[in-house]
Design a binder for this molecule. Structure first.
Ligand SMILES: Nc1ncnc2c1ncn2[C@@H]1O[C@H](COP(=O)(O)OP(=O)(O)OP(=O)(O)O)[C@@H](O)[C@H]1O
Ligand SMILES: [Mg+2]
Length: 265
């Protein structure tokens, strides 16, 4: 008998994309994520909020096994995506990361041209039959990343030559170019001006039609604008999780209330 199935039947299961059970993360002796249980819904934007150092990035990285790349990090517990254990030894982390895309806190374009930054993923995953199709995928992704107009005449220039905010939008374009099923975004707008931020928020809302999006943000306004579900983390614990409206207007835990009213943070 599969315990996971039993657990999942208790909650409304139809739309669960990611199920985390008893997740712990340690960096050496530091216990950074403590016993986190959460179901992340499909076709939904889920916001992770909480004070600096509470474990938002660490938990986000559990969902596409980016913690594998950190030597001292150790992950325990179970994380399933579409009912498949992503830490199973048969799962290829590279394939997993194509399905579960990520935008990092700091923009990290490849040392390649703007065009190749976006074309790289679709190429290695065989998403285009010819150059014209690849051109279309690249243009479409750059448009969704709200950066097409700024780069369309300089596609062969290096991605690293763009401004910080442009680099971040390039990374967003790169992440959506492979049509991931889940998109993890770690403070994607922290380097962006209000216009680009609004464009990215529109994109996030559009992506929700087909994907599950998880966004870490320090902006309560942004969480309230873009997300339907919110998870509040504090000192490695998932303190409260629910509909964004409830978390912001009727928090159940005093720590959540203090944070959203600006008393801790
Ligand atoms: N690579 C690492 N090595 C050692 N400890 C780490 C590492 N990354 C994070 N930590 C520790 O784990 C805890 C959680 O950090 P994490 O980066 O997940 O927090 P966060 O909520 O994303 O914070 P912020 O809002 O500042 O980005 C912190 O105590 C941090 O110092
Ligand atoms: Mg972080």
């Amino acid at each position: 008998m599969n315990d996971m199935r039993l657990l999942e039947r208790d909650v409304d299961t139809n739309d669960i994309k990611i199920a985390a059970r008893d997740v712990q993360v340690y960096y050496g002796d530091t216990h950074a994520i403590k016993d986190v249980n959460v179901d992340i819904a499909d076709n939904t934007v889920t916001a992770f909020i909480g004070p600096s150092g509470c474990g938002k990035t660490t938990f986000l990285r559990c969902m596409n096994r980016m913690n594998d790349t950190i030597d001292i990090a150790r992950v325990e517990g179970v994380i399933k995506i579409d009912d498949e254990d992503i830490y199973d030894k048969n799962v290829d982390p590279v394939q997993l990361r194509a399905k579960v895309g990520m935008v990092f806190q700091k923009p990290n374009p490849f040392p390649k041209s703007i065009y190749d930054n976006v074309a790289y993923g679709p190429k290695i995953h065989g998403l285009a039959k010819n150059k014209a199709e690849l051109d279309d995928i690249v243009e479409n992704a750059l448009r969704r990343g709200a950066i097409w107009d700024e780069v369309k005449d300089r596609l062969q220039e290096p991605g690293t030559g763009l401004s910080g905010g442009q680099q971040q939008r390039l990374c967003i374009a790169r992440a959506v170019a492979t049509e991931p099923e889940v998109l993890l975004m770690d403070e994607p707008c922290s380097a962006l001006d209000p216009i680009a931020t609004a464009q990215i928020e529109e994109l996030i809302d559009e992506l929700r039609q087909n994907y599950s999006v998880v966004i870490v943000t320090h902006s309560m306004q942004q969480a309230a604008r873009v997300s339907q579900k919110t998870a509040f983390f504090h000192l490695g614990n998932l303190v409260e999780y629910g509909s964004t409206g409830d978390i912001f207007t009727n928090p159940q835990d005093p720590r959540t209330e203090s944070y959203i009213t600006g008393r801790i943070g």
